[in-house]
Design a protein around this ligand. Sequence first.
Ligand code: PRP
Ligand code: ADE
Length: 173
Amino acid sequence: MSKTVKDLIRSIVDFPHEGIVFRDVTTLFADAEGFRMAIGQLLAPYKGERIDKVIGLEARGFILGGAVAHQLSTGFVPIRKKGKLPGAVISEAYQLEYGEAVMEIHDDALTPGERVLIVDDLLATGGTAAAAITLCQRLRAEVMGCAFVIDLPELGGRKVLEGLGMEVHTLCE
Ligand code: PRP
Ligand code: ADE
């Protein structure tokens, strides 16, 4: 029997800190069939919907979001950690499972009314994705959905995003 997306994700204990089980998607990305399957499953709910831009969240969301954007024939927009984007930005601070960070988007990356899809590898507390949603909404884009390969349900991210009125699509827990 061929492998599932979940089978191809590796778990690394105590990374980046003791007590964290890090879900490593590099093994999924390295598998040609697995990567194709993950991209196909991520974009399936949005086929036939009008999506203008795919938003990828640093860092693994760039790999997934770029491939999804290519398949949906949309543009791609990165949301990056503080200080990485070269142009004028808007910023949002957020809490992580293991720390605190700031996300940024170029202030001219989206135009009002554009319909966007947010893509990342993993949903944990939902802090990163919630910051990304806020950034898109501050630019007056309409967030059509948030798609992740992995949901860590015990960290409550899905409830946080659904509480913001978002449609959340995940491939495995
Ligand atoms: C991971 C993951 C998500 C985020 C999810 O990224 O890729 O972006 O954490 O966590 P949350 O739902 O609790 O916000 P990380 O912050 O490790 O950054 P990296 O991709 O740059 O390594
Ligand atoms: N981001 C937040 N928690 C994570 C985890 N357990 N594995 C991979 N990325 C994460």
